[in-house]
Design a protein. Structure first.
Ligand code: ADP
Length: 399
């Protein structure tokens, strides 16, 4: 049966969408309602080789969804909204409740609501997005696809923090990870690049503005770098990644700020931005490096070291590795960052990359290691939306 599925990623001020024809997996249209909450909101929709962009007030998510659904009819992308057979919503935090995607019913909604304290901006926005669609399309079934679900296969020694055990028992304080949908996709795609390996060990590096690394064996997550929230793990665009916990207490004491202010700084003003003082965007830091900026250079070195440390850790965790994958904004587009990371792991792990092939490579699947590299290294563009659409078809039994 051929059916149209909408994949939705609602953030605090944006709502991204992609409409698929399934099971063919062809993209019918895609776009974004951005700057939600502003008078100069941006609505963009691409279909049949063209893109329409409008600047207009987008006071809330519901207005964005209404605009999207009207556009589907106005631009004759659909004849009727009844053609949409299911909607998949990305949900960042599924906590202990979800080890797979779930049909969006009252129980699912109650659990997502109960997890708001763990992902205040995200989970709230996902529910707003869900209701915005539900109001207009009350009879179209929806599925929640959790960023944390893929990581639920971790063992206690991989997800527990060494704090009093009752904090885990009473408050569910543990590592949940994030980017799970992306890592699952990358694990599957990486396995296809090494068909000769029967039990693939994959180190998946999703390195964008938010960044995480996952160790995958036989398609299952065994360890991941993000923690209780997406603040943990490797250094990111504006987030610290893992820190000595005493930094929080001492930085508060030195600056006179409280923990909430410092937590905000660790989330929004640290990482690449905080260390470089230049930008959270690697393109700006790369440019500054080329001009000889020393702070940019030290930022790159720290970033590469932090990523390399996790790759090394997961190499040990997996008992070796068959393939290392780079993906997301930086991983897919920046040969420079891939190179400085691979330089850090080269000697210990016997990783060698083809520098000429790597440097200009952007946004496409390619093996960038040399034939004599002990571990294959690949660039794979991630595709969280197709995973969402696939899960909608699977859970709603639309195939
Ligand atoms: P997120 O989804 O977490 O917001 P992305 O995966 O879109 O982040 O990654 C965004 C980051 O990727 C940018 O901040 C920048 O550092 C990097 N990036 C994006 N495009 C390029 C590019 N063409 N070249 C180099 N780096 C890029």
């Amino acid at each position: 049966m051929s059916i149209k599925i909408m994949a939705v990623n609602a953030g605090s001020s944006s709502l991204k969408f992609k409409l698929y024809q399934m099971p063919e997996e062809t993209i019918i249209c895609s776009g974004i309602a951005d700057r939600i909450g502003h008078d100069d909101g941006i609505f963009k929709i691409s279909f049949a080789g063209q893109t329409v962009k409008k600047i207009l007030p987008l006071p809330n998510h519901a207005v964005g969804v209404k605009l999207l659904l009207e556009s589907l009819i106005d631009y004759k992308i659909l004849n009727s909204l009844n053609e949409i057979g299911g909607i998949g919503h990305r949900v960042v935090q599924g906590g202990k409740y979800f080890s797979d995607s779930a049909i969006f019913n009252d129980d699912t909604e109650a659990k997502i609501t109960s997890l708001i304290p763990l992902a205040p901006l995200h989970n709230k926005a996902h529910l707003v997005g869900f209701h915005a669609f539900k109001d207009v399309l009350p009879d179209v079934p929806a599925v929640a696809v959790f960023d944390t679900a893929f990581h639920q296969t971790m063992e206690p020694q991989d997800f527990l923090f060494p704090i009093p055990y009752e904090y885990y028992e009473q408050y569910d304080i543990r590592r949940y990870g994030a980017h799970g949908t992306s890592h699952k996709y990358l694990g599957e795609e990486a396995a296809k690049l090494i068909p000769e390996v029967s039990h693939p060990r994959v180190i998946s590096c999703h390195i964008g503005s938010g960044a995480s690394i996952t160790a995958i064996r036989d398609g299952k997550c065994v360890a991941t770098s993000m923690g209780l929230t997406p603040l943990g793990g490797i250094m990111m665009g504006t987030r610290t990644g893992d820190l000595d916990p005493s930094v929080m207490m001492y930085a508060c004491k030195c600056t006179g700020k409280d923990v909430y202010e410092m937590y905000d700084i660790f989330n929004k003003k640290s990482g690449l931005l905080g260390v470089s003082g230049i930008s959270n965007d690697t393109r700006d830091i790369e440019e500054a490096t080329e001009k000889g900026n020393i702070q940019a250079d030290i930022t790159n070195k720290l970033f590469a070291r932090r990523v390399a440390d996790f790759i090394g850790q997961y190499f040990v965790r997996l008992g070796g590795a068959d393939i290392i994958v780079f993906s997301a904004g930086i991983g897919e587009n920046s040969g420079f960052y891939r190179e400085i990371i691979c330089d850090q792991i080269g000697e210990a792990l016997g990783v060698k990359i083809n520098r000429e092939l790597n440097l200009p490579l952007r946004g496409k699947t390619e093996i960038i290691s040399t034939p004599d590299s002990k571990i294959k290294v690949a660039v794979i563009p991630t595709d969280e939306e197709i995973m969402i659409a696939r899960d909608v078809v699977r859970l709603l039994k639309l195939n």
